[in-house]
Design a protein around this ligand. Structure first.
Ligand SMILES: [Zn+2]
Ligand SMILES: [Zn+2]
Length: 816
């Protein structure tokens, strides 16, 4: 073994050996228990960044560890290779998205291989390849059959000049990002997946993964689904046949309602206003609100100034018969609850703000409970109805006041009893509502899986027959950067025969959101070449659910919600037998670097000029040192601050390990055991600096020393596998790979049963050795020593003066 440390030499050697021996390919017929280690698959932008390196180093350390612990480890990787940047590149450079994507994949794969990540490359998949997206389409058809995929009209941001859909970002400020035209709102038909059908399960099943997922992620998921319990109430519209259904989480405040407020899109407006003189005015307002909403994100809508208009109509509060004005306003959204709220300004902040602006009455009906008195009493203004003076809405629970027969009840009781009352009187009842919306998957773009649907003038909308999948993306689309989806400009794609009647028909040109691809990709890894199914359920059953998933917390919602939804759909399709696809989730922290000329650390980015190229690091320090630094520099969930001094420290450490092993191996040959042990101790100290669990190796015993050093090498492997393999070979394991070595076992029983050999002297001269347990009592040691046959032969015929016992060390018998 070479005492100097040449990372590139070692790393190339082992990467080659691993590849030649298919060292990391997982097999289903391996009888050992399985472990599925998964990192989020990358988008092939062209280059790995340090965030990727961190992600994969963490996953690889775990994969190595589990392998050494005797698990049959599945550790695959693939490419999330559909999406907008490939289309941008096509527009900019005049090349096909496919070529750009494949080039990037080739480059990044090389980078991953130079890092020596122990992936099973035989299972590599890429979303943009037809053998993958065929199954996106297959799933879509299954969902279409079951009513889980459907089409509906919805409002989009629209550039009237280019006749194209714009995202919120592309229409920021109400101006088209490309041509500067004023953005309008357009109703177009789009495809949706019915995630709302699984809303309850997405919340309820969290209990199955609670122990393995970070709470911050679960909280975001709960917020995203936004389950609230409350009640619905139907308010009759005075002098009409219509009712307005309202959802509220605070039915206990219903006596404080001073208006009914509906969303601008609420269909009731057109109905109830038919013969009203205010109709034009109200509808114009509604149009204005809808137009403004289309170019704002939802959060922005919640923040913006509240605008409303009185429709002149009245609704009847079913609890007290009171007449309430019906308003339309911009702060009520059609797709939450029922698109209408009862406005209770005294006890809701938005309603309070709205009531102040339009001078609607504010009536207090909940009073704080004053604690600390013998009877809980109510803190309310004298006369009860002085609440016009309220400075803020009181949004806590309390005691009902000014609420007729319900006055005096606690909010908690009133919530239940008033909902029951509504049920009994048939004008409402308890209800659960969710913030979650159905997942809009239509993209008017080229670089995604085509939605497998055909429109025939005679037969209507037809699913593409399963045997005709995949619907392939054409190779000859034009990318101009203006106007509609490039797919519409490819007649060979668009024009098709109707699968039912054979007459000319046209294809759907929308493609799927790329989150479709990433919703189920890790199931495909289990059976990546299956040509008849997305995967064989019996094979997937062997590997899934994923034991440990690792990725950035930017995916806390969206991806991690959609993949949970997809799994539940697959369960209902009979493809899997569980509810949750991922047992444990780790979200690693960001990698930051100093912004030059400042003391600030920010996420590495091109624009800030603080990025670090993994290739340069591998070249300068080696993959192992880079990986070791990344794993050592910070706890996995925390921010990692980049430091080249830190990597240099990792290099020094690896060099020292290397030298130590070389020295120890050499010393074993010469039986220079003391220097051997000294070197080992130094290494232990060095390991201690890196906070790696130490094995006890203080015994001078030569075999113990060797065992300890092997244990150290095995324990180093997850962090620095190339150096690990090199050491392993140097220790005499030629031909075998370290990845097949067993993890060192610290067995407390073994340690206990260990025996000590105690020298027994007679008058200071060594006469025998006895083998005893280390925890033997002094009296027992004395008895055993005196009973030893050799000792007796020296003692016989003499008088024993005294017996000196040094526990665990020595017995000396003094005779005369
Ligand atoms: Zn435009
Ligand atoms: Zn037809």
């Amino acid at each position: 073994m070479d005492e100097k440390y040449f990372p590139e030499k070692i790393e190339e050697k082992w990467q080659k050996r691993w590849a030649e021996t298919s060292a990391f390919e997982a097999r289903e017929d391996d009888p050992r228990p399985k472990f599925y280690a998964l990192e989020m698959l990358p988008y092939p932008s062209g280059y790995l960044h340090m965030g990727h390196v961190r992600n994969y180093s963490i996953g690889d350390a775990l994969a190595w560890y589990k392998r050494l612990r005797g698990f049959n480890v599945l550790h695959p990787i693939g490419w999330d290779s559909f999406g907008q940047p490939a289309e941008q590149a096509a527009i900019k450079r005049g090349i096909q998205p496919r070529d750009w994507t494949e080039e990037n994949i080739a480059h990044m794969k090389g980078q991953m291989q130079r890092l020596g990540i122990s992936y099973d490359w035989s299972r590599e998949i890429a979303a943009h390849r037809p053998d993958y997206y065929k199954w996106d389409q297959w799933f879509f058809l299954k969902m279409l059959e079951r009513g889980l995929a459907y089409k509906r009209t919805s409002a989009v941001n629209w550039c009237p000049k280019e006749e194209t859909v714009l995202s919120n970002e592309q229409s920021s400020g109400g101006i088209c990002w490309r041509c500067g035209a004023a953005v309008t709102r357009k109703e177009i038909e789009q495809w949706y997946l019915r995630t709302t059908k699984y809303a309850e399960e997405l919340v309820a099943d969290i209990k199955e993964i609670e122990s393995g997922w970070p709470e911050k992620v679960l909280k975001r998921q709960r917020d995203w689904v936004g389950r609230s319990e409350g009640a619905y109430i139907d308010f009759k519209v005075k002098d009409r046949d219509e009712k307005i259904r309202v959802f509220t989480t605070r039915i206990d405040t219903i006596f404080g309602a001073t208006a009914i407020v509906v969303a601008a899109e609420h269909p009731i407006l057109a109905k109830v206003l038919e013969d009203s003189s205010l109709k034009d005015q109200v509808m114009a307002f509604a149009e204005q609100v809808k137009g403004a909403r289309a170019i704002k994100t939802e959060d922005a809508a919640a923040e913006e100034e509240k605008l409303g208009i009185n429709t002149g109509l009245l609704a009847i509060n079913p609890f007290n018969g009171e007449l309430l004005p019906i308003w339309a306003a911009n702060y009520v959204l059609m797709d939450y609850g029922a698109g209408a709220v009862m406005s209770v300004p005294a006890h809701d902040e938005r309603d309070f703000e709205f009531a102040q602006k339009y001078t609607l009455p504010i009536r207090q009906v909940i009073a704080p409970v004053v604690h600390g008195q013998q009877n809980e009493s109510v803190d309310t203004a004298p006369g009860g109805d002085q609440s016009m003076e309220m400075k803020n809405a009181f949004t806590e629970y309390g005691v009902l006041v000014n609420s007729g027969e319900w006055s005096g009840k606690l909010s908690q009781d009133a919530l239940r009893e008033m909902a029951e009352h509504a049920t009994a009187k048939k004008f409402g009842g308890p209800a659960v509502t969710y913030r979650l919306r159905d997942w809009g998957i239509s993209r008017q773009r080229f670089w995604g899986a085509p939605i497998p649907v055909i429109y025939c003038g005679d037969c209507g909308m037809m699913a593409v027959p399963e045997k005709d999948l995949p619907v392939m993306l054409p190779d000859n689309a034009q990318f101009t950067g203006t106007g509609e989806s490039p797919l519409r400009g490819v007649p060979e794609f668009v024009n098709v025969d109707c699968p039912k009647c054979g007459k000319p028909a046209i294809r759907e040109t929308d493609t799927m959101d790329t989150f479709v691809d990433s919703s189920w990709y890790f199931f495909r890894y289990t059976d990546p070449r299956n040509e008849t199914m997305p995967f064989d359920p019996s094979i997937a059953q062997k590997w899934t659910p994923v034991d440990q998933y690792i990725g950035g917390d930017s995916h806390a919602v969206m991806h991690l919600i959609y993949t949970r939804f997809w799994t539940k759909v697959m369960r209902d399709l009979g493809l899997v037998k569980f509810n949750e696809p991922v047992q444990r989730l780790l979200t690693q922290g960001m990698v930051t670097n100093r912004v030059e000329g400042t003391d600030e650390y920010k996420a590495m980015s091109k624009s800030l000029g603080n990025g670090v190229d993994p290739d340069e690091m591998i070249e300068a320090f080696g993959a192992d040192a880079t990986r070791l630094f990344v794993l050592f520099a910070a706890p996995v969930e925390n921010e990692l601050r980049w430091s080249e001094t830190g990597i240099e420290g990792a290099v020094r450490f690896l060099r020292r390990v290397h030298q130590t092993i070389a020295r120890v191996t050499d010393d074993f040959e010469k039986l220079d055991l003391n220097t051997n042990v000294a070197a080992l101790m130094e290494l232990l100290n060095a390991l201690g600096e890196f906070n790696i669990e130490q094995s006890s190796a203080s015994s001078a015993d030569v075999f113990a020393a060797r065992e300890a050093i092997e244990a150290l090498v095995v324990m180093l492997a997850p962090f620095s596998p190339h150096v690990g393999e090199e050491m392993w070979e140097g220790l005499g394991h030629e031909g075998g790979l370290l990845k097949d070595a067993p993890w060192p076992v610290a067995d407390p029983e073994l340690a206990k049963k260990e025996e000590l050999e105690i020298p027994v002297q007679v008058n200071g001269k060594l006469r025998s050795r006895v083998v005893v347990a280390p925890d033997i009592s002094e009296a027992d040691l004395r008895t055993i020593a005196l009973a030893d046959a050799k000792v007796q032969s020296f003692v016989d015929g003499h008088q024993i003066v005294k017996v000196i016992v040094v526990p665990q060390r020595l017995v000396n018998v003094v005779v005369k």
